[in-house]
Design a protein around this ligand. Sequence first.
Ligand code: NAD
Length: 360
Amino acid sequence: MSETRTIGVPSETKDRERRVSLTPSAVASVVDRGHRVLVQAGAGTGAGFDDDAYTDAGAELVADAGEVWAAEVVVKVKEPQPDEFAFFRDDLTLFTYLHLAAEPELTRALVESGIHAYAYETLTDRTGLPLLAPMSEIAGRAAAIVGAEKLSAAQGGSGTLMGGAAGVPPAKAVVIGLGVAGTMAARGLRGLDAHVTGVDVDLQRLYEHHLDGTVDATQISEPAAVAAHVREADLVVGAALVPGARAPVVVDEQMVASMRPGSVVVDLAIDQGGCIATARPTSLSEPTYVEHGVVHYCVTNVPGQFPRTASAALSAAVTPRLLQLVTDPDDASLSGALNVADGALVHPVVAETFPDLPRA
Ligand SMILES: NC(=O)c1ccc[n+]([C@@H]2O[C@H](COP(=O)([O-])OP(=O)(O)OC[C@H]3O[C@@H](n4cnc5c(N)ncnc54)[C@H](O)[C@@H]3O)[C@@H](O)[C@H]2O)c1
């Protein structure tokens, strides 16, 4: 690879997605390292970063998506949408969220193109999943806000207030998966004085939450126990993840059907296929539907509603890894991120999900 690389920052095309992958200050540090950065005009506007801020930072503004995707490396936020598949080519490196376990068409298009595709959500380091964590943090906080809102009668919910009132017990919330997103959701819900039960398969994690009081009660993830908690819940937040794989289905359809009418489920794990059986992907334009009398909110890009905070958080986490990627794509700091290369699936868990596609 040459020392100076051309990096493209396209506008996001997913429904109501306003995040941008690199802020102007991140662009300045990439340009400082001797690289060219092509930014699609208007790419940062929705997040509060105007075109002038990018040109002041040393970016070259280009008018259309095709010019940005002609760069050697494209750095994005959300998984490419079908109208972007035509930009894939075998000498392109893509760095973005991919969530391939829930995206069979995208997976096929990436494999067929010969592209090198690195996924934020499978990059691992000693802290866990450092490029998933910032968005999980934001989505978790948002889940508490959204869940509380959807429980209002005005939004089709049962009319239950999270914190209850004197003489009236608080709402019951169950959080499935107490990782980054689940912990932030639990903290937000506790902040609203709901009663929160946290469910996980990891006993050590439950022990830590039990000790530090993030939740009112902890529950190991076993179907009968989960069913009992879900039946009583006003709100269930899904946030279980097995990195790279389709999300485990922890809440089955019968459990959802057992909930009181007007209860709410928010399945954040929908980007990996969902951990609640009745969840199917929704958009920021049409975020909810009702099934078994239960309001379902299953938006795949929840942080897209908070683009200023989310872009700054994502850009801060992505920039050092992007600089590593353009210097040495085989560096250990990118461990686990490469999902697709040279016409084959590289990540072992993703490859297991698609046994009919070539694997490296
Ligand atoms: N919808 C959105 O906009 C959005 C945004 C950000 C993150 N997410 C998603 O939220 C999910 C959680 O992300 P995270 O960063 O918190 O992951 P994480 O790895 O930090 O936490 C996942 C937790 O799930 C637990 N788990 C695994 N299997 C389980 C099971 N069978 N039952 C109960 N718990 C189980 C793990 O032990 C872990 O504690 C991911 O799918 C992520 O992609 C969605």
